[in-house]
Design a protein around this ligand. Sequence first.
Ligand SMILES: NC(=O)c1ccc[n+]([C@@H]2O[C@H](COP(=O)([O-])OP(=O)(O)OC[C@H]3O[C@@H](n4cnc5c(N)ncnc54)[C@H](O)[C@@H]3O)[C@@H](O)[C@H]2O)c1
Ligand SMILES: [Zn+2]
Length: 271
Amino acid sequence: MNVSAGYIYLVCIAEKINPGYSEVILLDNILKAAEIIRNAKSVAVLTGAGASTESGIPDFRSSSGISKKYDIPSEVILSHSFFMNHTDVFYDYYLNNLIYPDAKPNECHIALAEMENLCRLSGVITQNIDGLHQKAGSKNVIELHGSVKRNFCMKCRKQFSLEKICEEKQNIPSCDKCGGTIKPDVVLYEESLNSRILNDALNLVIDADTLLVIGTSLVVYPAAGLLNYFRGNNLIIINLGSTPFDRRANVVINDKAGTVLKKIVEELKKH
Ligand SMILES: NC(=O)c1ccc[n+]([C@@H]2O[C@H](COP(=O)([O-])OP(=O)(O)OC[C@H]3O[C@@H](n4cnc5c(N)ncnc54)[C@H](O)[C@@H]3O)[C@@H](O)[C@H]2O)c1
Ligand SMILES: [Zn+2]
């Protein structure tokens, strides 16, 4: 039995002897996380798809995630070569699975926006492309993988809104100026991250004494690799599933991001 399986086993036994025991551990971890954040000099946040599932946008790897519904893995359909060679199939998948124009920020996004006024939060680095952190009011958001809100013509670089892409449900979206194919400003598999944006994210992580990681499986690189540059004392991970970095964390909370973040903010407001 590994360490985390052993821990879960012990919690299950404790829960049998004393129902409500796991609730006590959860609350204790929330209080610990709030205390760390309250005393931090610089908190950097890294979010992933799990931060937006409570807004109705599925993640990739959970049991209800997008990857389980298709024969072709998301990594293939959402790759640069697939976009270039099968643009119509790409758009069909993209519009039906990654675009949620009516999605609203959930308690996780709202709590993070509120935290800017409650602690020394230096910024939110997100792997998400849905724009929900900004919609909730977060000011310094670094979008590692771009945004569905921005789109551009591959020939003349003219910019287009998400509404324009959604209008063209039946066709490949094309430029009204030159006829070129429009590409979403999101980083596809096989493409590299914008070096300026990656650098901004790196600086935020390097300067932080506390790193708050939310809703990410930490298996997508180079985003997950940012954790290797963290030199601070306090790593907090809030994620439903386990991650390869759990052992390095001071606090790991395996619960819903929205519920947990809301409680952390309530604690921060008390002092
Ligand atoms: N909303 C979006 O913009 C969106 C959605 C799907 C995928 N993506 C892209 O796909 C890639 C996937 O990487 P990833 O690591 O972010 O996602 P992932 O799908 O690999 O992992 C998501 C993680 O979030 C956890 N999770 C799900 N719901 C949660 C909740 N309510 N509270 C806490 N944790 C929860 C899951 O246990 C899982 O470990 C990223 O590159 C991202 O750009 C983005
Ligand atoms: Zn054009």
